[in-house]
Design a protein around this ligand. Structure first.
Ligand SMILES: Nc1ncnc2c1ncn2[C@@H]1O[C@H](COP(=O)(O)OP(=O)(O)OP(=O)(O)O)[C@@H](O)[C@H]1O
Ligand SMILES: [Mg+2]
Length: 301
């Protein structure tokens, strides 16, 4: 494991922001850290990067304790936490050069990371002329300046428009393909599903479920299937009367049904016995379905 948390706990006043959190992030993964606003994502990430101390537990990077060794354990880690703070009246390039000098990173890396994040042409412009998306990419450029093996990103797409979000997503994918392990927090389920290999879901500081996304989708208690059935409206009417069907709706002309895995054959049988034409049954469980089955409807993400 490149990154682990063991019994990580942080209390603010009476509120447990992070409660006995155990995470295991395998080398080479793109690990999504998913939870609603206020669930403890940033607090966890601040403990991972030694910005705050836990009340209990510890963070291990390649087996080394961040709490015991401080910045020494963080040498192979790059991070973008909340919004990166740059000198706005200076250029992106000058900002990065200053940071490189402070870290003892070779200045030749500055142009490399500017190019890498699509800012090669704009490096000499002042940061105050950058769009939100460009500022965020400059933040990622800063995070990869020292060629880290592990990149920790706290909601890097926050505040970006769909195009800006896509640019950051593409960049994350490319960095992952180059072999960097990425731990990325988000409150956007579909975004995590798009780019991550693994996910941990937290709610109110507690871990609800974690693992490879494929496994979570396959083992979800609530299975959502897309059913190609004809005619559709009477099928919905029939299924809506069954108590073991959790959800039944039409989506783009197809039927989406939420049932538990052991009820799939009953579902198909019921439709066929009632003379409906069933031509396909396709699993369509999303992370949202997993989240709802683990955390419950009351906790909106
Ligand atoms: N410095 C602090 N002092 C007091 N309470 C805090 C502090 N930092 C965080 N909290 C509280 O801890 C809880 C978790 O906050 P945190 O910022 O970790 O959540 P988050 O998952 O990052 O949320 P968001 O999606 O809004 O960024 C919240 O209830 C928050 O109010
Ligand atoms: Mg946060």
């Amino acid at each position: 494991m490149i990154l682990e948390t063991k019994n990580l706990t942080k209390t603010f006043g009476l509120r447990k922001a992070v409660n006995a959190l155990n995470l295991e992030i395998p080398n080479g993964s793109v690990y999504g850290f998913l939870g609603p606003n206020g669930s403890g994502k940033s607090t966890t990430i601040r403990m991972m990067t030694a910005l705050i101390s836990p009340d209990q537990g510890e963070v291990l990077i390649n087996g080394q304790s961040v709490q015991k060794l401080g910045n020494k354990a963080l040498l192979s880690v790059g991070a973008l936490i909340e919004r990166a703070d740059f000198h706005k009246h200076l250029s992106g390039e000058t900002n990065l050069k200053m940071l490189a000098r402070m870290d003892g990173t070779d200045e030749s890396r500055v142009q490399v990371v500017l190019n890498r994040t699509g800012l090669g042409e704009r490096g000499k412009d002042k940061v105050k002329t950058y769009s939100q998306g460009m500022k965020q990419r400059l933040g990622i450029a800063q995070a990869i300046l020292s060629n880290p093996k592990l990149l920790i990103l706290d909601e890097p797409t926050n505040g970006l428009d769909p195009q800006g979000m896509k640019e950051v997503r593409d960049l994350v994918r490319e960095l992952a393909a180059e072999g960097i392990t990425i731990f990325i927090s988000s409150h956007l389920l579909d975004e995590v599903q798009k780019i991550c290999s693994h996910v941990a879901m937290i709610s109110q500081g507690e871990l609800k479920t974690a693992g490879p996304i494929e496994v979570l989708l396959k083992n979800s208690d609530l299975l959502v299937t897309e059913i190609h059935v004809d005619p559709i409206a009477p099928a919905i009417k029939l299924l809506s009367t069954q108590s073991w069907i959790h959800r039944c709706e039409e989506k783009n002309g197809l039927l989406n049904v939420g049932v538990s895995l052991d009820k799939i054959s009953d579902l198909i049988q019921l439709l066929v016995q009632n003379n409906f034409q069933v031509s396909a049954v396709i699993p369509r469980t999303s992370l949202e379905d997993v989240f709802l089955s683990k955390v419950g409807e009351e906790s909106q993400i």
